[in-house]
Design a protein around this ligand. Sequence first.
Ligand SMILES: Cc1cc2nc3c(=O)[nH]c(=O)nc-3n(C[C@H](O)[C@H](O)[C@H](O)COP(=O)(O)O)c2cc1C
Length: 209
Amino acid sequence: MELIKNLQWRYATKKFDTTKKVSANDLEKLKEAIQLSVSSYGLQLYKVLIIEDPELRKQLKPVSWDQSQITDASHLFVFCHYTDATPEAIDEFIIQTAETRNLDVKRLSGYGDFIKSKLAEKSTEDKTGWLKSQTYLALGNLLNACAELKIDACPMEGFEVDSYNEILNLEAEGLSASVIAPIGYRHPEDHTIGMPKVRKSLEKLFSEV
Ligand SMILES: Cc1cc2nc3c(=O)[nH]c(=O)nc-3n(C[C@H](O)[C@H](O)[C@H](O)COP(=O)(O)O)c2cc1C
């Protein structure tokens, strides 16, 4: 299975080669892999910023635990979740579904109301956790797509959310940074290249009944 080989190839890259850039063609493929990600109800309540600007990344590095991947990678993906699931966002999804599948929007309004009622049951804290969790599914697809294209990446939570929100002016768009991923090409001197993977045994990880 190619996917397993790709997953064995990839690793959380610590040192990127600053001279290598991901091509525009590959970037489009990565965007499509994220676009096709699953999400709860299909709502996709997030946005992904792709940052190439070196000046902006220089600003982000000190609020990213000073991790060198921020500035050295080819591009920095910032997954941002909407801070609320508004009725308008649900309506927009219902309208798009009707248009895409050539259905009468009135036939879908019950489904829209169902989603709204389910979300209304969640506390603010639960809703934030739920909104944030959707971005991790997209992150997973990005990592797998990168591995297939032999592009290196490093998933990262080591950054200050509030500082990202401020520097990237995310609040104005109703967004908050969730998780990030610099992508590019490994530097041959990355001391973590080829380190054996540390993973729980299948026996510990699974329980079959
Ligand atoms: C949500 C998340 C956050 C992470 N944050 C960081 C980070 O800030 N910096 C870093 O170097 N690696 C980070 N990692 C990488 C993990 O340490 C790494 O994926 C894990 O140790 C498994 O190793 P592998 O990815 O090389 O197989 C993060 C991984 C995930 C999934």
